[in-house]
Ligand binder design. Sequence first.
Ligand SMILES: *Cc1c(COP(=O)(O)O)cnc(C)c1O
Length: 456
Amino acid sequence: MDPLLAGDLAALPELLQATRDYATRLLAGLGERPVARTPEAPSPATLPAHGVGAAGALDLFDKRWAPGFSASAGPRYLGFVTGGATPASLAGDWLTGALDQNGSNRSGSTAADLEDETAGWLRDMFGLGDGFTGAFVSGATMSNVVGLAIAREWLGEQLGVSIAQQGVGALGEVTVLSGTPHSSTVKALAMLGIGRDALRLVPTLPDREAVDVAALEAALRDLGGRPAIVVANAGTVNTVDFDDLRAIAALRSEYPFWLHTDAAFGAFAALSPEHAHLVDGLDASDSVCVDLHKWLNVPYDSAVQFTRRRDLQVRVFQNAASYLGEPGPRPDHVHLTPENSRRLRALAAWFTLTAYGTEGHREIVRRDIAAAHRLGARLAALPGVRLLSPVRLNVVCFTFPGDVAAAVRAIADAGEAFLTPTVYRGVPGLRAAFSNWRTTEADVDRVVETLREHLA
Ligand SMILES: *Cc1c(COP(=O)(O)O)cnc(C)c1O
């Protein structure tokens, strides 16, 4: 054994303790560390021929890289839709690495069964019925890819061909209808060979990002009975608008289509009694995308994909090799998603759901929604600031007279908060998205002070 490796093996308890102490120090300072930086990356180092051991690596990481890392896990990082990591999810994530299970199959370990238990809990938490099964993937983008791959296979089934077998060319022209799809849906269409051009944007309701269901019906009618894919959006990133899922699902009695719902973070509305109506009808989808590294607050990377047609899912993702066996009624995860070998990313979610339950996670969701409303109300009272939409859930989207790019930089440089720029209906603005378990009212007030200073 390499002597450095042998030394680390002998000192493993001390090394893990040192790493733990280091992580504890970083996390203790998270609320006060600059939220984001426009840092210079350290000059590239060459690949070491001889290493420095794990303690040396920790030391070099601390000197070279840690100073440039953002506080994206902290309470005032409001860019994109970014979750943190609850204490229990972090513990689960550490153990995921420590135990290093390959969740791809059921041979010799119950790890895959833990994933099934966790996916079942999430299904119940979001009010999806028993007809759904879930599988873990790396993020909402991959969840959309998997959902749309199943949709593609369903299209083949309608036309009497197997796309997994014959390829996407057997489909002919494909139409995908959506009101305000996330960029990852478009990327998924490119990856799946359906093509970005297959997407037809359907008009939205006036002053809304929610699809106009009458316009959707007209677009479906135009297809003259040809099966299509509809991507419903439950929580758009700019204004967190929600399609009327119930009304869309009802159209299936007249028109043949697969209903995929992107509820990456919007699904969590189900946890707030005042907002649950926004996702009414989610359970009528054929496939559903939910991100977990956003509002469940587990570490990257984690999302879940739900479907009611696991048979089609297996047809697409089946990994045929004699030693893996035929996928039975409880197929191994190797047959469900693009990955074969995979980390047991369900463990972090299992830990946080076990530790805090639905009530604990409901409290996080409600506190974040309240934070967004507080920020919205306080911003609307600032001179020159205008909300670009009502605060519907956890995002505040607003504009102001100054230069957006300059404001983003000034806010980030002040180290107090991080917001991302956007353009909504041609108007440049900023978004503040609340999805971190640590955020308090006091954080919102600090953000308001910073914005007051830098939105000149
Ligand atoms: C974030 C997001 C995605 C993509 O999620 P990743 O986890 O970054 O892959 C897809 N759809 C919606 C609505 C999102 O908010």
